[in-house]
Design a binder for this molecule. Structure first.
Ligand code: AMP
Length: 200
């Protein structure tokens, strides 16, 4: 399976990406996690990314695209991948399309999580307290939601036009949401179940 997962911060992308990668026995590639690990290790990539992350801004496209292209060339991605947090801009989506076209392994699906802003703010406040993520402080959260709306939301139409989009109702127990996704994905049931998937 080659899948991208889109959604605002707090939508549950990371949790579901892990479950989906397990289900499809493929690589789970989470760009935010890769950046956080690099910041913790003090690498050059970490230093390049940190100021953007702390402000709740996107790391520049050239940095992110180079990192993801390198990661996708690793062996574990041969069996497919769930990309969590990439692409976040149209530029990134086009770079991904170009690379996958070169490899002859196009994307199979794009999931977009639907969660109300009220629920997102509630979840992110809980995560800030539990994980001490600097970028989960309240004004940074609001900024990240704005960045999502401006830079990333256009990808919903981008993938809708390519007939790859599945919208997922992201509210509910983790297992319920995973079930919804697996029923909604085109390759899992040979078609989408309109009762479980909000819009395609
Ligand atoms: P996440 O854990 O996915 O919310 O990512 C945390 C932070 O890492 C984001 O707020 C960005 O600063 C940075 N980041 C992760 N993925 C990307 C991406 N695809 N493009 C730009 N910045 C990213």
């Amino acid at each position: 399976m080659r899948l991208v997962v889109l959604g605002p911060p707090g939508a549950g992308k990371g949790t579901q990406a892990v479950k989906l990668a397990e289900h499809f026995t493929c690589a789970d590639v989470a760009t935010g996690d890769i950046f956080r690990a690099n910041v913790a290790e003090g690498t050059e990539l970490g230093r390049a990314a940190q100021e953007f992350m702390d402000r709740g801004d996107l790391v520049p496209d050239d940095v992110v695209i180079a990192m993801v292209m390198e990661r996708l060339a690793e062996r574990d991605c041969d069996s497919g991948f769930v990309l969590d947090g990439f692409p976040r801009t149209v530029n990134q989506a086009e770079a991904l399309d170009r690379r996958l076209a070169e490899l002859g392994t196009p994307l199979e699906a794009a999931l977009s999580f639907d969660v109300t802003e009220e629920e997102l703010l509630r979840r992110l406040a809980g995560r800030a307290a539990a994980q001490r993520r600097a970028d989960d402080a309240e004004q940074t959260i609001r900024h990240r939601l704005e960045v999502f709306a401006i830079k990333t939301r256009p990808l919903i139409d981008y993938y809708r036009h390519r007939r790859l989009l599945t919208m997922v109702d992201g509210v509910g127990l983790v297992e319920e949401v995973t079930d919804r996704i697996l029923h909604g994905l085109p390759s899992s049931n040979g078609g989408r179940d309109p009762a479980l998937v909000l819009a395609v």
